[in-house]
Ligand binder design. Structure first.
Ligand SMILES: C[C@@H](N)C(=O)N[C@H](C)C(=O)O
Ligand SMILES: [Zn+2]
Length: 226
C-alpha cells in the first residue's frame, strides 16, 4: 500500500483530529490473512447480509485490512486459541468513512425497515447512533479496530455467542444476563484472548475490539477497500 497520507486537520472538543484525503492507505495497513494463521474472512458489509441489507459503500472487495500492529496482535490471539482448536472469524476490519456515511443515510430513511427484525428489533433506527451501537465517527476507520467471533478450526462453525453479529440490543452487551452461562463463557473466552493481546473491548458489543496504543489514533481514513 502506498505511503504518504495527505490529511486535513480539524479541532473538535479540544482534540485534534484529521480526515485522510488520500485515496490510498498508508503502507502500515496489511491484509490480515497474510499475518494471522488460518483466519476466516466474512466481511459482512462487503455483501448484503448486514443491517443495511446491501453491500456498503467503500467495500469494493472482501479484503480484511488492519494496521500491522493490530494484525500482529490478532495473530497472537489466533496462536493462543489454536491450542484449543479455535480460529478467528473476521466480520469487519478497516471501515472507510464513506461506509459510515452510508450507515447514516440508511438510519435516516425511516421508511426502510427491511432488516429491523434481524438486526434492531428492540430499537428505532435513529436510536442506533444515539445509543452508541453505530458510531458517527468509527474507530474502525482508524484501522486498528475489528469485529470478530470464534469458530471451530475443524469445520468453521461459529461458537454460540448468544446473539448474532450486529444484533443491536442489550442482549449483545458482553455482560448481558439474557444469554446462557455457556454463551457468556464463549464471550469471555473471546474477550480474555483479545484483551491479553492488547485490545480494548466494547461494553455494548461482544464482537468489537480496538487495539490500545493504535498507530493512527486521530486519523479517519476514507480509502475504499479494493
Ligand atoms: C456497527 C458495529 N458493527 C460497530 O462496529 N459499532 C461500533 C460502535 C462502530 O460503529 O464503530
Ligand atoms: Zn465494530
Amino acid at each position: 500500500m502506498d505511503t504518504g497520507s495527505r490529511t486535513g486537520s480539524m479541532e473538535r472538543g479540544g482534540a485534534s483530529m484529521s480526515v485522510s484525503a488520500e485515496p490510498v492507505l498508508p503502507a502500515l495497513f496489511v491484509d490480515v490473512p497474510a499475518v494471522v494463521p488460518n483466519v476466516i474472512v466474512d466481511l459482512r458489509y462487503a455483501g448484503p447480509n448486514n443491517f443495511v441489507g446491501v453491500r456498503v459503500d467503500g467495500y469494493e472487495a472482501e479484503r480484511a485490512l488492519l494496521t500491522r500492529p493490530a494484525a500482529e496482535a490478532a495473530a497472537r490471539v489466533a496462536e493462543g486459541l489454536a491450542r484449543q482448536g479455535l480460529v478467528l472469524k473476521l466480520l469487519d476490519c478497516y471501515r472507510p468513512t464513506r461506509a459510515v456515511a452510508h450507515f447514516a443515510r440508511w438510519a435516516a430513511d425511516t421508511n426502510d425497515l427491511g432488516t429491523k427484525a434481524d438486526f434492531y428489533p428492540d430499537h428505532d433506527k435513529p436510536e442506533l447512533f444515539d445509543l452508541g451501537y453505530i458510531a458517527g465517527r468509527s474507530s474502525h476507520s482508524r484501522g486498528s479496530t475489528l469485529d470478530l467471533t470464534l469458530a471451530h478450526a475443524s469445520d468453521g462453525t461459529e461458537l454460540d455467542m448468544g446473539t448474532p453479529f450486529d444484533l443491536f440490543s442489550e442482549r449483545s452487551w458482553p455482560a448481558s444476563l439474557a444469554v446462557t452461562d455457556a454463551q457468556r463463557d464463549n464471550r469471555r473466552l473471546l474477550a480474555a484472548a483479545m484483551t491479553d493481546a492488547g485490545f480494548e473491548p466494547f461494553l455494548m458489543e461482544w464482537w468489537h475490539f480496538t487495539l490500545k496504543g493504535e498507530p493512527f489514533p486521530d486519523t479517519y481514513f476514507d480509502a475504499p477497500i479494493r
